[in-house]
Design a protein around this ligand. Structure first.
Ligand code: FEO
Length: 133
């Protein structure tokens, strides 16, 4: 369900590979949300959010490095959006996940909604701006 589509490709191999991994993480979140057999999703959620934090940091560093290499004029605004995304991810509170299935699903749903929306709009509307320069 969550995967790279032709319109998401920048043509820059490293960036496209990293965006692909981010879509995989969105898909993993989707599958976790709809897994009705797993009694406790806490560990999976913590793992997913941690992986997202680490992976986006790596991706953003590569992307910002690339933008510097091409003297992209919009880099400061772009960096600000990356930091905003990181701040939002850090707001997911591991301690308040709770033990009940519904609150864990609420967290998974919130994470997925944020991630899916951000991935698509950021890649199409923000990342593509430096690609077209
Ligand atoms: Fe691919 Fe600006 O994140």
């Amino acid at each position: 369900m969550y995967e790279m589509k032709p319109e998401y490709y920048t043509g820059i191999q490293t960036i496209d590979q990293e965006h692909t991994r981010l879509f995989e993480l969105a898909e993993e979140t989707h599958q976790l949300l709809h897994d009705d057999f797993l009694q406790d999703k806490t560990d999976n959620l913590i793992h997913l959010i941690s992986e997202l934090i680490n992976y986006t940091r790596t991706h953003f560093a590569h992307e910002e490095e690339y933008q510097r290499s091409i003297n992209y004029a919009g880099i400061e605004d772009h960096i600000a959006l990356h930091r905003k995304f990181e701040d939002k991810l850090m707001e997911f509170d591991f301690d308040s996940l709770g033990e009940d299935f519904n609150s864990q699903n609420d967290t998974a749903e919130e994470l997925l909604g944020f991630l899916a929306n951000w991935l698509v709009t950021h890649i199409l509307q923000v990342d593509m701006l430096y690609v077209k320069k």
